[in-house]
Design a protein around this ligand. Structure first.
Ligand SMILES: *[C@@H]1O[C@H](CO)[C@@H](O)[C@H](O)[C@H]1NC(C)=O
Ligand SMILES: *[C@@H]1O[C@H](CO)[C@@H](O)[C@H](O)[C@H]1NC(C)=O
Ligand SMILES: *[C@@H]1O[C@H](CO)[C@@H](O)[C@H](O)[C@H]1NC(C)=O
Length: 442
């Protein structure tokens, strides 16, 4: 090689390595920091069924998926489990969940882009032979550490408590279960165990559902990683590995190129963070209930009758922080009070756009008041990008929250992920608290 050629080679080598370093999709997570990837962003293998602006995507998700999600969450907390959740009509355009992480199952590890879901405990993935699944599936027979679990195993009885059932007495006595998800979908699965690898951590003998058949359009294509806090959750199954805590930062919906992060365990967590206690609903141990005590619009504390916010394990009422609902929903009377106060402080006229009923000329946006959620011990002042959403043409801004969907007799308020953008949310289950801090993760 002459000097010129070697310079050129060097140049291209440098170019390739810098491009690699700059490619956010390539960020090999160091340590326990895992990328949290918006499901339709550049780094995700999933492509939206239609090419839309991100605003329209959110509008679609908020009006199509959220009602089912809220219905689903409400059915979880209802005193008696709603056995027949109404089937949503029409085509499901989008999967209900919005963020995925890379995880590997088996030995050697098989890569899956699994949806993050803080309101579920168990994990499940489509397994080879699954009827109705897409083609990325976990293949148990190529993993040396795979074992099915039978009905006598404690993990199987953990499932039984959670709207599933174990069929024993078959020739293999495997722990089979059916689960509904997202309101309109269900799957049947076998409980199995295998190694789970997240970044550099290996959780051996991790119990999860190996899906054999699905029906409906809401089952995440490459499976789901439950980050709830019940006995089958990642935190419970990883023992002391993560000391009972994790956090995530969700990137802005606008950021096609960027990923947030999931941090498992105490390393790298913010040292100064305001927290609010977690509340336990024994009927639904996996959900992250917090005590929302009030909402302020600008300087005005919105008058909301206490029963619409109060935590009550018997009725299931209260407020959860959820990673799978797109826009925050309040029970109808609470939402109306919040909205009315907001309208008092912004120049109308107000119009509707999708699920949003308080849209106004974006020229009035400067007067839009700050929305603050008051939790016990913690006030969350929403950045404007978390409280307002703009129409795709840009000339309207809307209050990005809504009432619980019609026909859902919900008593639950859901703090959803549009309101969680660019915040680090710390779930300190060991100390029974949730921390929230501003962090630009994109
Ligand atoms: C594993 O199972 C699949 C489908 O069930 C089958 O096609 C494949 O041949 C099996 N591979 C091995 C190594 O047994
Ligand atoms: C799951 O559903 C299928 C189809 O409806 C049914 O045949 C099977 O018995 C169910 N299994 C369990 C464990 O409930
Ligand atoms: C929630 O906060 C309110 C107001 O401070 C308090 O009265 C109530 O006891 C709290 N609820 C729980 C379950 O901690």
């Amino acid at each position: 090689m002459d000097l010129r050629t070697s310079m050129l080679v060097l140049f291209f080598a440098l170019l390739i390595s810098t491009t690699k370093a700059l490619d956010p999709c390539d960020s090999q997570s160091n340590g326990n920091d895992l990328s949290v990837i918006p499901i339709y962003s550049k780094c995700s293998p999933f492509k939206p069924p239609k090419i839309e602006s991100w605003v329209n995507t959110i509008m679609d998700m908020a009006s199509t998926n959220d009602p089912e999600r809220v219905m689903y969450l409400s059915s979880l907390v209802a005193k008696k489990k709603t056995s027949s959740v109404p089937i949503g009509s029409g085509q499901r355009l989008f999967n209900i969940n919005n963020y995925v992480v890379r995880a590997k199952l088996g030995s050697p590890g098989q890569l899956m882009y699994m949806v993050l879901d803080t309101s579920n405990d168990a994990a499940w993935v489509p397994c080879s032979g699954c009827a109705g699944c897409s083609n990325t599936m976990f293949t148990p027979n190529t993993s040396s550490s795979y074992t099915p679990l039978d009905c006598s195993k404690p993990q199987c009885s953990h499932l039984r408590g959670v709207s599933t059932s174990c069929v024993s007495g078959g020739p293999t006595d495997q722990c089979l279960f059916n689960q509904t998800y997202g309101g309109d979908s269900s799957f049947s699965a076998t409980l199995v165990q295998d190694s789970l690898t997240l970044a550099n951590d290996v959780v051996p003998n991790y119990a999860f559902g190996c899906i054999n058949a699905v029906s409906g359009g809401s089952i995440p294509t490459q499976g789901l990683l439950g980050l709830g806090r019940g006995p089958l959750s990642l935190l419970s199954q990883s023992g002391s590995l993560y000391s009972g805590l994790f956090s995530y930062c969700l990137p802005s919906f606008k950021s096609y190129y960027f990923s947030g992060s999931l941090k498992l365990g105490p390393l790298g967590q913010p040292s100064k963070i305001r927290t609010t206690p977690l509340l336990n609903n024994p009927h639904r141990p996996s959900l992250y209930f917090v005590n929302l005590t009030g909402v302020s619009i600008g300087r005005v504390l919105v008058p909301i009758a206490p029963e619409f916010l109060a935590f009550n394990p018997n009725t299931g009422s209260g407020t959860v922080i959820d990673s799978g609902t797109v826009v925050t929903r309040f029970v109808q009377p609470a939402y109306e009070a919040i909205r009315d106060q907001f309208r008092k402080q912004v120049k109308g006229p107000f119009s509707n756009l999708g699920v949003f009923d308080t849209c106004f000329a974006s020229t009035s946006e400067a007067e839009a008041p700050i929305v603050t959620f008051h939790f016990t011990g913690l006030d969350l002042k929403l950045p404007t990008e978390n409280s307002l959403i703009h129409s795709s043409s840009g000339n309207l801004a809307c209050l990005a929250m809504a009432a619980a969907p019609n026909n859902v007799n919900s008593v639950l308020n859901v703090i959803a992920n549009y309101q969680q953008q660019n915040l680090r949310i710390l779930f300190d289950v060991a100390n029974s608290r949730v921390g929230i801090a501003r962090e630009l993760c994109n």
